[in-house]
Ligand binder design. Structure first.
Ligand code: NAP
Length: 473
């Protein structure tokens, strides 16, 4: 089955049912050490994960690590341009859950990015990035501890699909001609708009299936969060891009109000229900006026639409959601993308899970990570229905490679996400506790040490791992 690698002789496979992992007590988990600083980060990560599992389960549970290769390390073993060997793909497919350090982006061999390749090959459609603050981490913000969000970013479509044509290319020019001369004139709402003849062109597909599966996973995650964090915010720019970004919002609400009807309430529904609770005899029209302050200025059709919405909500979910029961449900709301960038800074504690399309999520997850102390501490995961890969969000930082200096926090926290995904919460909690205590105690690597006031002496990468374990308690 494998050309150059051998799976561990002990351990069992993680399998999947309805998109969720079924985890044995001794799972085999493939790991990719990573290039550059991966050589320092991986041993530190493995040590912390193993120590936490041992302490939490006293030998009842254990991970059997399976070393697989990607990036420069793979080329050394498999030959030139073998950045992502078939052995590695077979192992990840076979064992379902994998973890990886940072990988160099290849400069030849036809692969644009190994991370993107892995996401596409295994249909890892949800990029999950939790951003929470660990006390003591230097942050540019006054109250970084108020931000505790998880970004669920769609991974397979939007402009990141990479379908674009260069300005001046033959196909690009043909496409512009067809759009300008046939398709735009055939669409009355576009009026006399025309695409500049000297434009490059990119395509932004947003699908029903892609949007719904992402939001579905985000809502499922909200279900297991503490009550006060059970909220999913659909992030979009639907005021400008109705049929892509606006459609993502609409399909997201559709998932919430059909597939998760008993578990979810939308923000507008909560206003309607709350109004009725405050004023027992309020009419539908008065109710509509209260949920939409601009109601009186609306067209008769729009007014009728909102009144109908009020009546539909009250008729259909009053029994299950009324009389305050909606407060126990997952709140699903939506925010315009530019507004959410402000709000994670000005009202960070109002948000929990942010479900986004690809490009918005790309910006938003880095912005949120910056608030809580930067990428060195930012974990990430790419999750599909039959596979999940946990990974560092930073790169290989080659100038620091092999110096036992770099911060392993991002991969260690990705390991925490992996343990949580596996349902091994006790081990995950130990690591979070150890990491919090180490940072609060000023036991940190150079990147954090240089920003702490007054300055502290930095620990080595391996010493930081030991400090985390020491603080398990
Ligand atoms: P980078 O590797 O992320 O490093 C840029 C800088 O970020 C480093 O010089 C260091 O800053 C800081 N940094 C990175 N990792 C850190 C850590 N664990 N702890 C503390 N500080 C850390 O970005 P790059 O130099 O642009 O990219 C290098 C290679 O990585 C490229 O081939 C790129 O394509 C690849 N890459 C891979 C991934 C991935 O695998 N997920 C992601 C991004 C980039 P100071 O030197 O100032 O301390």
């Amino acid at each position: 089955m494998y050309e150059k690698i051998t799976p561990p002789t002990t351990g069992a496979k993680i399998t999947f049912k309805n998109g969720e992992p079924i985890v044995p007590d001794n799972p085999i988990i493939p790991f990719i050490r990573g290039d550059g600083t991966g050589i320092d980060i991986w041993p530190a990560t493995e040590k912390v994960l193993d120590a936490a599992v041992t302490k939490a389960y006293k030998g009842k549970r254990k991970i059997s690590w399976f070393k697989v290769y990607a990036g420069d390390e793979a080329c050394d073993l498999y030959g030139t341009y073998q950045y992502l060997p078939q052995d590695t793909l077979t192992a990840i497919k076979e064992y379902g859950v994998a973890i990886k350090g940072p990988l160099t982006t290849p400069v030849g061999g036809g692969i644009r990015s190994l991370n993107v390749a892995l996401r596409q090959i295994f249909d890892l459609y949800a990029c999950v990035r939790p951003c929470r603050y660990y006390a003591g981490t230097p942050s540019p913000h006054k109250n970084p501890e108020k931000l505790d969000v998880i970004v669920y970013r769609e991974n397979t479509e939007d402009i990141y699909l990479g379908i674009e044509w260069k300005q001046g290319s033959e196909i690009g020019n043909r496409l512009i001609k067809i759009l300008n001369e046939e398709l735009i004139p055939a669409t009355p709402e576009h009026g006399k708009k025309q695409i500049p003849l000297d434009a490059g062109i990119g395509i932004k597909p947003i699908s029903v299936s892609g949007s719904k599966r992402l939001v579905r996973r985000a809502i499922k995650h909200a279900l297991i969060l503490p009550k006060d964090k059970q909220q999913v915010t659909l992030v979009h720019k639907g005021n400008i891009m109705k049929y892509t970004e606006g459609a993502f919002r609409d399909w997201g609400y559709e998932v919430a109000t059909t597939e998760f009807r008993q578990e979810c309430v939308t923000e507008r529904e909560s206003w309607i229900l709350g109004n009725k609770e405050k004023n027992a005899n309020i009419s539908s029209e008065e109710n509509a006026r209260m949920i939409d302050p601009g109601f009186d200025a609306l067209t008769p059709e729009k007014k009728a639409q909102i009144v109908k919405e009020v009546e539909t909500v009250l008729n259909s979910i009053w029994a299950s959601h009324g009389n305050g029961k909606w407060k126990e449900k997952i709140m699903v709301n939506d925010r315009i993308a530019d507004s959410i960038f402000q709000q994670i800074q000005t009202r960070p504690d109002e948000y929990s899970i942010l479900a986004t399309m690809n490009l918005n999520g790309d910006y938003l997850s880095d912005a949120a990570a910056a608030i809580v102390g930067g990428l060195g501490m930012g974990p990430g995961a790419n999750i599909g229905d039959s596979c999940a890969v946990f990974e560092a969000t930073h790169g290989t930082a080659p100038k620091h490679a092999g110096l036992d200096k770099i911060n392993p926090g991002s991969v260690i926290l990705s390991g925490v996400m992996m343990l949580e995904y596996m349902g091994w919460q006790e081990a995950a909690d130990l690591i979070k506790k150890g990491l919090s205590a180490a940072i609060a105690n000023g036991e940190v690597t150079y990147d954090l040490a240089r920003m702490i006031e007054p300055p502290v002496k930095p620990l080595k990468c391996s010493e930081f791992a030991d400090a985390i374990i020491k603080h398990f308690g």
